[in-house]
Design a protein around this ligand. Structure first.
Ligand SMILES: Nc1ncnc2c1ncn2[C@@H]1O[C@H](COP(=O)(O)OP(=O)(O)OP(=O)(O)O)[C@@H](O)[C@H]1O
Ligand SMILES: [Mg+2]
Length: 418
């Protein structure tokens, strides 16, 4: 029986041993230690696929239900149930399907049953304490349903801090910033050799904060600034039987900004509107592209192409989006300047959240270093913001994708020993 650290991320999930070693959950995946937080329920079989296998199958044939970003629904009080293969599943049950698979793969990889977990959670699921507690309780329930018997929570940036702490030779006051797919979490914490190994580190946390800025919103920013015209934004159509023309409603474009919401366009009223636009649009090819994007479920593929371009823009000056599917034909070059202009509001939100946190620190507290982690910490504008605020010399990094889970593993070493 093993106790492990489990980072259930918006886009990636990982499991680590108490030594901090991250387990290889799926050796067939391009990154075996990162298990994509997705499920696919194909229409024509009873199989349930998770992680990389779910993505592969969905790419081959997208008939069925593909589920991603489950974590972001935890604080959504209106999201309680969903219909799947004729059954009603609660969100907890749905997440449990995923976590059960992770538990089984982790147990195979470790060669022993992973019975208990130290589970990461964002610094804030919600600013409303009631909603925050509700979200944590749902995650706990999901982990129980997945078969974990002991469950403890550690805040994700605290977990990342423990990974950074393992490298420290003297005590420091550190700002830990974890930029994930869904959220950014900020925590100021005392770290170092004199505190290492304590079971409960909550007393070492000076202040923390969080904001819903993450990789998913950077992707949306690219969609919004560069790709919406391909799907009819700015086009007009004739209202039935009249000569009056109307612009395509903005709610359609705004639903295209989140992959999860795109499926809502398939609702009857919106489908009827698309049919009307198909008859009279001044930009028919764009409305045909919209119809195919939504009806043929191509949103996931499109967002992968967008994400790929965003990742390239972390190291290059330009990136191409070439996307040819059904009647969609996108050939676009995105420059770093255009990407940064489109996502400037996200950097502003990060700055405001950081400033608010700094104002709450006790007078005289001096930040010795800033530890940046999470996949979105690789966005150059994010790094520049923190270099500007704290000085480049104070910035520290490690493996952006595994520092949270490594720390959760380390926390597992002391957490269940009391
Ligand atoms: N090189 C890169 N440049 C910019 N963004 C990147 C890069 N590599 C990955 N990302 C983004 O990082 C995000 C995934 O990071 P990470 O695995 O830390 O998130 P997560 O833990 O799943 O999410 P959360 O912590 O919010 O629940 C994705 O949005 C991905 O597009
Ligand atoms: Mg994360």
């Amino acid at each position: 029986m093993l106790v492990c650290g489990l980072d259930f991320g918006t886009s990636n999930t990982a499991v680590a041993l108490p030594s901090g070693e991250v387990l290889k959950l799926d050796v067939t995946a391009p990154s075996p230690r990162l298990f994509r937080s997705v499920l696919f329920f194909p229409e024509d079989s009873k199989e349930t696929l998770a992680g990389h296998a779910a993505i592969e199958r969905y790419q081959e044939d997208n008939a069925g239900r593909f589920i991603q970003s489950m974590k972001t629904w935890l604080p959504a009080t209106t999201f309680t149930r969903t219909q799947l293969r004729g059954r009603t599943l609660s969100l907890e049950e749905l997440i449990a399907v995923f976590l059960r698979r992770v538990r089984s793969l982790a147990s195979d990889s470790a060669g022993a049953d992973v019975a208990s977990v130290v589970l990461g959670r964002p610094a804030r699921f919600s600013a409303d304490p009631k909603v925050d507690a509700f979200a944590e309780e749902r995650l706990r329930k999901a982990a129980e349903l997945a078969g974990f018997s002991g469950i403890r929570f550690v805040i994700e940036p605290i977990a990342a801090a423990l990974t950074y702490e393992a490298t420290l030779e003297k005590d420091e006051a550190v700002l830990v910033a974890d930029f994930g797919a869904g959220t950014t979490d900020l925590t100021v914490m005392h770290l170092g050799p004199s505190r290492r190994g304590r079971a409960d580190r909550r007393d070492d946390v000076v202040a923390s904060s969080g904001v819903y800025v993450g990789g998913d919103r950077f992707d949306s920013a690219i969609m919004k600034s560069a790709l919406l015209p391909y799907f009819g934004q700015g086009s007009t159509y004739a209202v039935s039987m009249g000569s009056q023309r109307m612009p395509m409603p903005t709610y359609i474009s705004s639903r295209l900004l989140s992959w999860n919401e795109m499926s809502l366009i398939r609702e009857k009223t919106t489908r009827e509107l698309i049919d009307t636009m198909l008859k009279s649009s001044d930009r028919l090819p764009a409305i045909q592209a919209l119809e195919d994007l939504v009806m043929e479920n191509l949103g996931f593929r499109l967002y992968r192409a967008i994400e790929q371009a965003k990742v390239e823009l972390s190291t290059k000056k330009t990136a191409r989006i070439d996307f040819e599917e059904a009647r969609i034909s996108i050939h676009e070059t995105i420059t770093v300047e255009a990407f940064e202009a489109a996502s400037a509001h996200l950097i502003d939100e990060l700055e405001a959240c950081t400033d608010e946190l700094m104002e709450r620190l006790p007078k005289g507290l001096h930040i010795d270093s800033v530890f940046l982690t999470g996949g979105s910490s690789q966005v150059p504008a994010v790094q520049r913001l923190f270099a500007k605020k704290f000085g480049k010399g104070k910035l520290r990094t490690a493996d952006a994708f595994t520092s949270v889970v490594e720390g959760l593993g380390r926390a597992a070493a002391s957490s269940f020993s009391e």
